[in-house]
Structures are given as structure tokens and as C-alpha cells.
Design a binder for this molecule. Structure first.
Ligand code: SF4
Length: 308
């Protein structure tokens, strides 16, 4: 988030320091879901239940009942979430048809994959040691910095530790590679094994089942630690009091000028009120909160130009 848009990072982590916009509004926006997010959450929840069951029995899954469970999980999420697509009046409402078909296909793809067969037939032997969607965030130390990683599924086979990370979204080689190194670092630290004994894998569930796996060595981890250190130091520059984690002025957290990114951001109504009006923000609010800040280089007129 920090590398993509500093303003988003501010709204996400430092919203209580916003001197103009009510914190409640920023937090309401922060809590908004989206169709891709709800799809991913539903798939993760159902796979978690599938793996927990698999840890107890390798009897065939009753697909009809399983898919019914997936449908109800998706329905619950669809009904209980507030979606930014609706909030910004792009669509009237989110229906189960907007979420479930992708969840269903993702799960079918997993159940039909060689990986799932291998889990049922071989990996199951160590199911007592499986770590499935652990709560909280796994803390790791890298170069004296605290770093947190959250894995979906970790399990040992032979002298290797496998990590699977489910994705329902698009492939993103660079970002996901970073995630894989992070998982290797976490598992290596936490379970005291050499990095090259960890097999972190991204499992893309949609539109077809595909895996990207990479094994790293100590040199990769050292290089990763250097990157983390550099990124952390850059973040520190945005704090005026590091101890208390108090940020510098919000105006320093610049807005990105990229309509592709802003058009799917939950805070777009704050950054670009003319393009994404928020019903609860009046003209007067927008002006007094300086939402139309012309001194910001990425002003809304620039956005309008780039949108054509
Ligand atoms: S709308 Fe754009 S500029 Fe504003 S926080 Fe989101 S990504 Fe950043």
C-alpha cells in the first residue's frame, strides 16, 4: 500500500491524525468490501473448512453438500458486507451471482487439481502437523526488524515444509514473489529450518488451477531483509515521532495520479469528490475539508484530463 499510494497508506493507518475529515467517515470507507475481496474471503473460508475436514478424514467430499456450503458462505458474505461498488453508485446492489460463480469455479478447480489429489493421498499422513489459516499474524525477525506474515496453509512432507497461498485474483508475478520470499523467511525462522527446505507456493484458483512455486536460499533471504530495511526506513521518513508512531502532515502523503488504481480504491470519494461523489459529503464539507486541494500536484483536474 505504501509503495502504491501514500495517501491511501495515510487513510488506512493514520486516519485519526486527519485534521479535517471526520475519522468515522474514513473508517467507514476503510471497512468497505468489494466484489473481488468478498470472493476471495468466501473461497478462503470454504477451503479452510475443507482442509480442516481433510485433517480428520480422507473420505471423498460430497460435492453437492460442499458446494451448498460454499453457496451459503458466499451468500452470508454478500448480505453482510457493504460494497464500495454500491457505495459509489456504480451498481445498485451486489447479488450472489456477482460473487458465487467465481467461488464455485475456484473450488471446482482445486478439487480437480493434482495438488488436491496429492494432499488426500500423500500429504494427509502428517495432518496432525498441518497449520491452517492460523489466527493473528506470524511475527518474524529480519535484520532486527519485526515483520509479519500470514500463511493460508503450511504442512510438512518428508523434510520439507510446504506453504500454499490461495489466490482468486489475477497473477501478479512481482508482488507474489515477494510474498513467497516472505513466507520462506517466516517458516525458516519460526520452524528453525533452512530456507531451501521451505516450498512456498502461490495457488491460483481462477480461471484454472495454476501454481507458482519457488525455493529460496539464505542469500535470497538476506537480500529480502535488505529490501525490507530500505522500505521500512522510507516509511520512517513519514513519521515525525517514530516512538509514538505519529505521522508527518497529511499533505506529504501524496495522492497517486492513476485512474486505474483510484477507480477501485475505497477512498476515491475523498480524493476525487467530483468524479466519485459520496452521498454523505456535501459541497460545503468537500470545500471545508479541502478535498479539492488545488495545491496538491495530483489535483482532480489532472485526473479529469487523464480520464479524458
Ligand atoms: S483514491 Fe487514489 S489517490 Fe486516493 S487514496 Fe485511493 S489510490 Fe490513493
Amino acid at each position: 500500500m505504501f509503495s502504491i499510494c501514500k495517501r491511501k497508506y495515510f487513510y488506512h493507518y493514520y486516519n485519526k491524525y486527519d485534521q479535517k475529515i471526520p475519522v468515522r467517515l474514513i473508517r467507514d470507507l476503510k471497512d468497505l468490501s468489494s466484489i473481488p475481496l468478498a470472493t476471495g474471503i468466501a473461497a478462503h473460508e470454504v477451503i479452510e473448512a475443507l482442509l480442516n475436514r481433510l485433517g480428520k478424514t480422507n473420505q471423498d467430499v460430497d460435492r453437492v453438500k460442499f458446494m451448498d456450503y460454499a453457496l451459503r458462505t458466499s451468500e452470508h458474505l454478500t448480505k453482510s458486507s457493504q460494497f464500495h461498488e454500491v457505495y459509489y453508485q456504480q451498481i445498485e446492489g451486489v447479488a450472489i451471482e456477482d460473487v458465487y460463480p467465481k467461488v464455485e469455479l475456484s473450488l471446482e478447480n482445486l478439487l480437480d487439481s493434482d495438488r488436491y489429489r496429492w494432499l488426500v493421498e500423500e500429504a494427509i499422513e502428517t495432518s496432525d502437523d498441518w497449520v491452517i489459516e492460523p489466527g493473528g499474524y506470524g511475527e518474524t525477525r529480519m535484520d532486527d526488524l519485526k515483520v509479519y506474515f500470514k500463511v493460508d496453509f503450511l504442512f510438512p512432507v518428508g523434510d520439507l515444509l510446504y506453504i500454499l497461498d490461495w489466490k482468486t485474483g489475477k497473477q501478479d508475478a512481482e508482488r507474489h514473489r515477494k510474498q513467497l520470499v516472505g513466507y520462506a523467511a517466516w517458516a525458516s525462522y519460526h520452524f528453525e529450518v533452512d530456507a531451501d527446505h521451505v516450498v512456498p507456493t502461490i495457488a491460483y484458483l481462477h480461471p484454472k488451477y495454476e501454481e507458482v512455486e519457488e525455493v529460496f536460499n539464505e542469500f535470497d533471504l538476506e537480500h529480502f531483509a535488505i529490501q525490507i530495511r530500505a522500505e521500512t526506513e522510507e516509511m520512517y521518513e513519514y513519521c515525525r515521532d517514530l516512538e509514538q508512531n505519529i505521522p508527518i502532515d497529511k499533505s506529504e502523503f501524496t495522492r497517486i495520479d492513476d485512474p486505474r488504481i483510484c477507480s477501485i480504491c475505497e477512498y476515491r470519494g475523498l480524493c476525487w469528490p467530483d468524479d466519485y461523489p459520496v452521498a454523505s459529503i456535501t459541497e460545503e464539507d468537500a470545500n471545508s475539508w479541502a478535498l479539492r486541494d488545488q495545491t496538491d500536484p495530483s489535483s482532480s483536474s489532472l485526473l479529469n484530463q487523464s480520464l479524458g
